[in-house]
Design a protein around this ligand. Structure first.
Ligand code: NAD
Length: 421
């Protein structure tokens, strides 16, 4: 297959606002309420020095943004990526507000990030950067105020450093200040797999609703990190045939089904997926247009755009990543009859189990893994069915239905609380 020209990425904030405006129109929101919900209530930009291993000093930039806290404390991940910018973090914070609302957990929306390629730093440089960033944003974060979690480029190790940094400042262990921590320091069983497991539950619900057998259904997954790799593994264990996966280096394709455990081993050893022996190489663009039952974009925003949406041949798009589909592409997919399960529902497993972790930290009482998974299943399945029902009643897409439900809940909380003072 020949290489295609990749379009410059659209703005995730434009996507998030367009999605909100469509819901606001349907709900006939007044100008005041629209203005509240279109705006992030608090935005912190930080620029801070880090001593590198060779003795030099580098200044890094980071952000922490709160979109809306009407339904509870701020909750949202921290991303380490070179493309991080304030507008992207605003969009991601806004999606967190809707995500918590659609699955009905009592959290507001937040997001943070640092402009950095974490793979280019040594272990000690990453730790210094994390501890300094945590200190810079410590004026916002805390178990009652704002509880970060992992996102792209961050993991349990980074969360443990943030927790330790805040605990050192306070003089006591503050486990509830972040989620996604290792289990040894107050993390919950099931968190690491939660987003990918949520994708499995959502695929099962979509398959049930549309009468598709999961056994033998074909799957392609773009992005092979915390979300994509776990989703690929659980879907293949549930009987689906995962025929293509990719990471930032590109992907592998095998129509007979890939050996996911072997690919995950390869990744753990530090290799790229394109080095896998048991399939043909595909580019990330090609992977998106494979004829599969379920396409799971689980990497970055703006992967399915007006430039490639018409070429998609999947029956379902299950949005593992945040904002992988632009509004223009959404309309094209809708016209083609492709069912899109939106990010704020499909990848909500992460924030749901983060919420469970926070509850356990506050109570100092920890649950068994099957209890975590059962509760996740219950919350996510109910949310999927609520959204599917609204989609049918209102004759709208699952994304529009999810947005209607989420925005309605946030509006309700805002009205009940009133405008201070
Ligand atoms: P990660 O860093 O663990 O993995 C990201 C993966 O995407 C890696 O395999 C990377 O190689 C790949 N990738 C990066 N750029 C790519 C590109 N241009 N094309 C194809 N692949 C590319 O990140 P993650 O935590 O799995 O997050 C992935 C997405 O899921 C993000 O949009 C994130 O916001 C979203 N998300 C994550 C969670 C979570 O719990 N981690 C929860 C909800 C949503």
């Amino acid at each position: 297959m020949e290489e295609r020209i990749v379009q410059p990425p659209a703005s995730p904030l434009k996507t998030a606002l367009a999605q909100f405006d469509a819901a606001a129109d349907r709900l006939h929101l007044n100008e005041g309420m629209r203005a509240i919900l279109r705006t992030c209530k608090r935005e912190l930009a930080v620029h801070f020095p880090v001593k590198m291993d060779d003795g030099s000093i580098r200044v890094f930039s980071g952000y922490r943004v709160h979109h809306n806290l009407a339904r509870g404390s701020a909750k949202g991940g921290i991303r380490y990526h070179l493309a991080v910018n304030l507008d992207e973090i605003r969009a991601l914070a806004m999606w967190m507000t809707w995500k918590s609302a659609v699955v009905n957990i009592p959290c507001g929306g937040a997001k943070g990030g640092v402009v950095v390629n974490p793979k280019a730093l040594s272990h000690s440089e990453l730790e210094s950067l994390t501890r300094r960033y945590a200190t810079e944003i410590s004026i916002l974060i805390g178990p009652n105020e704002d509880i970060p979690a992992p996102d792209m480029g961050t993991d349990g190790r980074v969360m443990a450093w943030i927790m330790d940094t805040i605990s050192m400042h306070r003089g006591y262990t503050e486990a509830g200040v972040v989620t996604g921590k290792p289990v040894s320091v107050g993390g919950t069983l099931g968190r690491q797999e939660a987003t990918g497991r949520g994708i499995l539950y959502v695929v099962q619900e979509a398959a049930r609703q549309y009468g598709v057998a999961l056994e033998g259904a074909t799957v392609a997954v773009q992005g092979y990190g915390n979300v994509g790799a776990v989703a690929a593994s659980l879907l293949s264990r549930a009987g689906a045939r995962v025929v293509a996966v990719s990471d930032s280096s590109g992907g592998v394709h095998n129509g007979q089904g890939l050996k996911i455990d072997a690919l995950s081993r390869l990744k753990r050893e530090g290799a790229a997926l394109v080095q896998a022996p048991d399939g043909d190489h595909v580019t990330n663009e090609e992977l998106l247009t494979l004829p599969v039952d379920f396409l799971v974009p689980a990497a970055l925003e703006n992967q399915i755009t007006a430039a490639n949406a018409a070429d998609l041949r999947a029956r379902f798009v299950i949005e593992g990543a945040n904002g992988p589909t632009t509004p223009e592409a959404d309309a094209i997919l809708h016209n083609k009859g492709i069912i899109v399960v939106p990010d704020i529902l499909a990848n909500a497993g992460g924030v749901i189990v983060s919420y469970f972790e926070w509850v356990q930290d506050l109570q100092l009482y920890f649950w068994e893994e099957d209890e975590v998974n059962e509760r996740l299943h219950r919350v996510l399945t109910r949310a999927y069915r609520d959204v599917a029902r609204i989609a049918q009643e209102e004759k709208v897409s699952l994304r529009e239905a999810a947005m209607l439900l989420a925005v309605r809940r946030v509006v309700e909380a805002t009205k009940v609380r009133g405008i201070y003072p």
